[in-house]
Design a binder for this molecule. Structure first.
Ligand code: SAM
Length: 310
């Protein structure tokens, strides 16, 4: 089943959702996403009717407000998008920069939807003053209003009446979790090969994150985390420490487009960590999920590098 997705988002776990869902209980009371982004995993869960309630949170306030509008005011939001998208026919690029300026002045979440639909690869990018400074994708006009409306209505139909959206720091969300909750965490990337990514890093320090996880362990809260990973032989992010007693699942996310362009055979491998309380409950063992493309290349005898589960 094709899931509705109103906007592309840098770091979205949409393509890995079906595997990640295998590590969540079949039925949950409340599913909590403290780093929701585009809410890809919650949307996948709700489509399978896995939880009675959803708590979406993202520290990026206009983004959280956008999720709220998608869920609770789908018609108004779609109409606004249609209007603003139509406007751009006269002078697409100039229009984008005008909207960007308006967004930086007003932080209006509806404008963010347009910017996400129209900017390069849906990647939010802020300068040191917190202003959105991503450029338009000159090759695309952005999602057509009919498609946007269908996606927004689709998400709203799935999530309305069972979702709460907030914009707190993740630690405040974790502190308010209940014993019956299941939490999925996808914190900002930590950068590739030590090359740290300034877009996200301000959000989460490794030490504080580990401390927050220790607290969840003490309280017996069940959780799953997408965290570090590898691109070919190059690791990104520090692995989570053994003292947290997590089960590591490695997910091959396929070849990076950069590697394909360069004719290299690097495969991106993302780590998924399952908390002890959850691993015990659903009987999880460490393993690697291979992507189809990487597997085909292996069968063809190509030199694909991949690691083993530690
Ligand atoms: C990798 S993205 C999540 C992507 C998401 N899983 C998806 O599928 O779209 C990480 C998100 O964490 C948010 N974030 C950064 N620091 C945060 C913090 N301290 N508390 C809560 N959210 C934070 C960012 O705004 C970003 O949207």
């Amino acid at each position: 089943m094709k899931l509705p997705q109103p906007f592309q988002y840098q770091g979205s776990k949409r393509s890995l959702a079906s595997i990640i869902l295998q590590y969540l209980p079949i039925k949950m009371e409340r599913f909590v996403e403290p780093f929701a982004g585009s809410a890809a995993i919650s949307i996948a869960c709700v489509a399978q009717n896995r939880a009675s309630e959803y708590w979406l949170n993202d520290f990026n306030k206009p983004l959280a407000e956008l999720l709220e509008l998608i869920i609770n005011q789908p018609k108004q939001l779609s109409d606004f998008y249609r209007q603003i998208w139509r406007d751009e026919f006269e002078d697409a690029i100039e229009h984008y920069y005008r909207v960007r300026e308006d967004f930086n002045r007003t932080h209006d979440a509806r404008l963010l939807l347009y910017l996400l639909a129209r900017c390069v690869k849906g990647s939010v990018r802020y300068n040191s003053e917190g202003l959105f400074n991503q450029s338009p994708d000159n090759r695309r006009l952005g999602t057509r209003p009919e498609t946007m409306q269908a996606n927004i209505l689709g998400v709203s139909m799935l999530m309305r009446g069972k979702s709460v959206v907030t914009s707190f720091d993740y630690r405040d969300v974790l502190a308010s979790t209940r014993e019956s909750d299941v939490v999925y965490m996808d914190p900002p990337y930590q950068g590739v090969c030590g090359d740290r990514d300034a877009r996200y890093l301000s959000g989460v320090s490794f030490e504080e994150f580990v401390t927050a996880l220790e607290r969840l362990n003490t309280r017996g809260i069940r959780y799953v985390i997408s965290y570090d990973g590898r691109l070919g032989t190059c690791s990104y992010g520090e692995p989570l420490p053994a003292c947290l007693d997590l089960t590591l699942i490695e997910l091959e996310a396929g070849r990076s487009s950069q590697a394909t362009l360069l004719g290299r055979d690097d495969v991106t491998v993302e780590s998924l960590y399952v908390s002890r309380s959850l691993a015990e409950k659903i009987g999880v063992q460490p393993r690697t999920h291979r992507s189809q493309t990487a597997e085909q290349m292996r069968l063809l005898g190509a030199n694909v590098k991949y690691g083993k589960v530690s």
